[in-house]
Structures are given as structure tokens and as C-alpha cells.
Ligand binder design. Structure first.
Ligand code: PMV
Length: 342
């Protein structure tokens, strides 16, 4: 390489899975296919500075919102160890990572997907600066491949729209190794206007990390059935995305969210990431839907927060309902108004 110093930037949004990835094999290979919406307002921005060095060790410092975070270094070193075979220049440079999230640090919104995706997008840019000559498509696919090795779901944050991950025999080009953009022209317009308002039910660290959660799917008595069902659910979702059936979409997505949490409750040891206010918000949401017929649905990630999914046509009424009836379940009344990005 030309051993110059330099700096690159990338911005990457978070994503919310509709069909959940829960369970993995060696090398971050998922046990089932998943699909997510890429968000707009919840993102990570990263600057990666690099300068030549001679020592044989990885050398990296991470600054979050301008503050040196020594506790982040081991996670990045682990990431570097996993990807060094694919990014040979890692050992030849000293790195400084300057990163910033658009959402509050302790909001319970996982920054790993947006963070690892932004980091991977920086690394492939450096590769090109050093002469790799990757085309735009190759660059994104490689970034998704690398992001997966940082945090599985991060591989879906590299692309906009709906992004699928996991090899199956019904989505062309699907792979276990990287995310694949689901074609925009196979998605009904209604699904391109979706809002995702995130109720911040519980800010702060969750009690069980997703790494531990994934591992508890090994030997889980319901795991095999879950993996089959997740793939079936994705197969069912595809024609729904095309025909614009919001009710069928919402019911399937809610079922996925509750199944994810049911898996946690049936793990050994068992754990529960929902909080009393998570359940209270879901009940209120169901009551609202029964009474008004408005198209408001939810999903959950591996935490207590509730993602409210609804099409733009119903947004006005739903946002009044959120402010009047759901805000009270949020810690300090906090929620994030986000939407999908196409
Ligand atoms: O990427 P990880 O290891 O943080 O796992 C994410 C798991 C879920 O958010 C629960 C589901 C998903 O598909 O994003």
C-alpha cells in the first residue's frame, strides 16, 4: 500500500427487523433469514482516521461524541481480528474512530447495527484509497459482509429500503454472508411511507445482551421449529409486500416480535426483556386498533422499547394517540419519531 495517512467518513442508519434474526452459527452465520426496514433519523456518523505504523499489534482508539472510550477498544479489536483476513491493511495502520449517534446514548436503541455498518463503510473506502478499485456495488457488498462480522444485523444497515439477510431458495441473490436489498419495485407504495415511532420504555443497558440471547438458541427446545417458521414467515411476507395488505403485514410482524420474546422466556436460563410498560403500551395499542380501525402495529427488538409501525395515511390520528395515550409509558416521556428510508 501507499503508506499515507488520511481520513474517511460514513453515515449509516439503524434498522428494525420485521422478520427477526435470532440464533447464529459459527462466523456470524444466521440460523434463519431475516428482513428489516432501514430507518432515517436514528443513525451513526463515523470518521475513521488512519496513519501508518510499524508495530505488529492492532492499534485503535475510539472516541464517542468526542470522548475517548477505552471500554470500546476490545470490541473493535475483536472485530479487527475477525476481518483481518479480508482487510489486509489493518495491521499497517493506527486508527482513530470518531463516532457520534443521532439518538441518545442510553436510549436502549442498539447502536451496534448503525455503528458497525458505518465502520465497515469507512474501511471499504480506505481499501479503495489504497487501490482496491471496488465498484459502488462491490463496495457496498463488501461493507455489508464486514458489518456482519461486527454485528449480524448490521449487514442490513448498509442499504436503504427493505433489506434481507440469510440464504434461502425464494429470494434471488440471498446470502448468509451479506445483506441483499429487496427490490423497491416489488414493494407496494404504502410500505414505502411507513413511520416507525420508537417508544423509549426503558433507557439504559439491557439485562441480557443479544450475543448471549443468540447463544441460548443452541439447544433451545423450540429452536428448530422457530428457524423453520421464520423462513416461512419471510416467504409469506413477500406477496404481502407486493399487494399492499397492511393488515396481513401488521399481524405477521407482531407475531414475529412476540415470538422473539417468547423464545427468550423459554430459554434456559429464561430471561425477559419487556418491562411492565412495554406490555401496557401493547395493550393500549390493540385497544386503539379495535376501536378506531387505524392501521397501527408494533414490533419489538431485543429490548423493552416498542417500535410503532404505521403508514403515512394514518399518521395524523396515530400521532395524536401516541402523544395522549402512549407517551406516558415512556421513560421521561421520551420517544423518537423515525421513518423508513427508500
Ligand atoms: O445483530 P445482533 O447480534 O445485535 O442481533 C439482533 C437481533 C434482533 O435485533 C433481535 C433481530 C434482528 O434481526 O435485528
Amino acid at each position: 500500500f501507499s503508506l499515507e495517512k488520511g481520513s474517511v467518513n460514513a453515515k449509516s442508519p439503524s434498522n428494525i427487523a420485521l422478520i427477526k434474526y435470532w440464533g447464529k452459527k459459527k462466523n456470524q452465520i444466521p440460523t434463519n433469514s431475516s428482513i428489516s426496514y432501514t430507518l432515517t433519523n436514528s443513525y451513526t456518523e463515523t470518521e475513521l482516521k488512519f496513519s501508518p505504523k510499524t508495530s505488529e499489534e492492532f492499534d485503535v482508539e475510539v472516541y464517542l461524541e468526542g470522548e475517548l472510550k477505552e471500554s470500546f477498544t476490545p470490541k473493535i479489536i475483536t472485530f479487527f481480528e475477525r476481518i483481518t483476513a479480508y482487510i489486509p491493511f489493518l495491521k499497517h495502520y493506527k486508527f482513530e474512530v470518531h463516532t457520534h449517534n443521532s439518538f441518545p446514548h442510553s436510549s436502549g436503541i442498539a447502536s451496534s447495527a448503525s455503528g458497525m455498518s458505518a465502520m465497515a463503510l469507512c474501511l471499504v473506502q480506505i481499501e479503495n484509497i489504497l487501490g482496491a478499485n471496488l465498484t459502488e456495488d462491490e463496495l457496498l457488498q463488501k461493507a455489508s459482509f464486514l458489518a456482519r462480522l461486527g454485528s449480524g444485523s448490521a449487514c442490513r444497515s448498509v442499504y436503504k429500503g427493505l433489506v434481507e439477510w440469510g440464504e434461502n431458495n425464494f429470494i434471488e441473490g440471498s446470502s448468509d454472508l451479506y445483506g441483499t436489498k429487496f427490490p423497491d419495485n416489488e414493494i407496494h407504495e404504502v410500505f414505502k411511507t411507513f413511520h416507525d415511532t420508537i417508544l423509549l420504555i426503558h433507557e439504559g443497558q439491557k439485562s441480557v445482551s443479544s450475543t448471549v440471547g443468540h447463544n441460548l438458541m443452541n439447544g433451545h427446545p423450540y429452536a428448530e421449529q422457530r428457524f423453520i417458521e421464520a423462513n416461512d414467515n419471510l416467504k409469506t411476507l413477500i406477496p404481502i409486500l407486493k399487494n399492499g395488505d397492511v393488515k396481513a403485514f401488521g399481524e405477521l410482524v407482531e407475531h414475529e416480535a412476540l415470538t422473539l420474546h417468547a423464545m427468550m422466556m423459554m430459554s434456559n436460563p429464561a430471561f425477559i426483556l419487556m418491562k411492565p410498560n412495554t406490555v401496557a403500551a401493547l395493550e393500549k395499542l390493540w385497544e386503539f386498533r379495535r376501536e378506531t380501525g387505524k392501521q397501527l402495529y408494533f414490533t419489538l427488538d431485543a429490548g423493552a422499547n416498542v417500535h410503532l409501525l404505521y403508514p403515512a395515511i394514518d399518521a395524523e390520528a396515530i400521532e395524536v394517540f401516541i402523544e395522549n395515550e402512549l407517551k406516558k409509558f415512556c421513560q421521561n416521556g421520551n420517544y423518537i419519531e423515525d421513518k423508513v428510508t427508500f
